[in-house]
Design a protein. Structure first.
Length: 325
């Protein structure tokens, strides 16, 4: 039995965490070697018998004292807080305070785990989420995220600003999402999304009409990426929906104008071809063909223009031409 204290101390020294023993007044009685290294304390005598909360930044001390009081009553308490080392290195600690049994005055064992790297990663994640949140709020597009395991949809604020829905009008189910597609487009779009998930695709896109709050429709270009686990099972479907109503209207107008121009060009070429053939039949020579055909072309141009006509002499031939002024 006499070896028990030595065995207990050996076990504490083996721990990679920072372990302290505090007396009933929360003064430091023991510090394991790895704890001294983690806190960058060169000599235990520098902290021996010091009030443990005093080793922490002043703004954290009330929290530590509250947790000590909690452990004194309930036996154990937990917290996470930032505390620099003795040499000023910033660190985060996850702490468990346990009251040791067998004494009315209740001594404490304090186990502090260095979670600085974990906190840095979490802080980076929070910053990324904050940036994404700002991007979502300021984007003219609609971002969406479908949980394929639960058939639930998350929408960015764009679903409200673009389509005019109130926050309480936006559904979180895939059924709500599909119901707002135009009836003539719905089956095609839903089948293409389902096929992309089933076929192992990683990307999907389509264009269709989506209903606004006022009952009208916008034409949208929708595209997404399918997130899968290591076994290939589809977990999430994440994407963006862009309003292309104006773009499609402009493209349709351009196509109509191009079709009208092509129609007019074809008619003009047909007329010119007819004039040429008649001119060939009525001309006895190449020179006469040139004069007759040229005059008929000028006459046709004059009939289709309000610009003045002037006479041009080329060799022995006289032509009428439309002026550019």
């Amino acid at each position: 039995m006499s070896d028990t204290p030595d065995l207990a101390e050996a076990l504490l020294q083996c721990s990679t965490d920072c372990i302290k023993i505090l007396d009933e007044n929360a003064k430091v009685q023991f510090f394991n070697r790895n704890g001294l290294l983690a806190m960058e304390i060169d000599d235990f005598s520098a902290v021996a018998n010091l009030y443990w909360p005093a080793l922490w930044p002043e703004d954290v001390r009330p929290l530590l004292e509250a947790r000590l009081a909690e452990a004194r009553v309930s036996g154990v308490s937990h917290l996470k807080a930032a505390c620099p080392t003795a040499k000023g290195t910033p660190k985060w600690w996850e702490i468990t305070i346990a009251a040791l049994p067998g004494s009315d005055s209740r001594r404490f064992v304090v186990i502090s785990k260095d979670v600085t790297r974990q906190e840095e990663l979490e802080a980076n994640d929070r910053r990324s989420l904050d940036r994404m949140s700002v991007a979502f709020r300021n984007s003219a597009d609609v971002m969406w995220d479908i949980d394929l395991t639960r058939n639930e949809v998350w929408w960015s604020e764009g679903i409200q600003s673009l389509f005019g829905y109130g926050a309480d009008q936006v559904g979180s189910s895939t059924q709500w999402c599909h119901e707002h597609m135009h009836p003539d487009d719905r089956e095609r779009v839903v089948e293409s999304m389902t096929a992309a998930v089933a076929n192992g695709d990683v990307r999907w896109e389509s264009e269709f009409r989506y209903r606004k709050a006022d009952g009208g429709y916008l034409e949208v270009h929708d595209q997404g990426a399918i997130v899968r686990d290591a076994a290939g099972k589809a977990l999430r479907f994440v994407g963006t929906m862009k309003d292309v109503t104006a773009r499609n209207a402009a493209s349709a107008q351009e196509r109509q104008m191009a079709a009208e121009l092509a129609h007019r060009m074809n008619n003009t070429l047909a007329v010119i071809t007819g004039i040429f053939h008649r001119s060939v039949k009525s001309s006895a020579s190449i020179d006469e063909l040139a004069q007759v055909f040229g005059s008929r072309l000028v006459a046709m141009a004059t009939a289709n223009s309000d610009r003045p006509v002037h006479t041009v002499m080329r060799g022995n031939h006289r032509y009428r031409a439309v002026t550019n002024k």
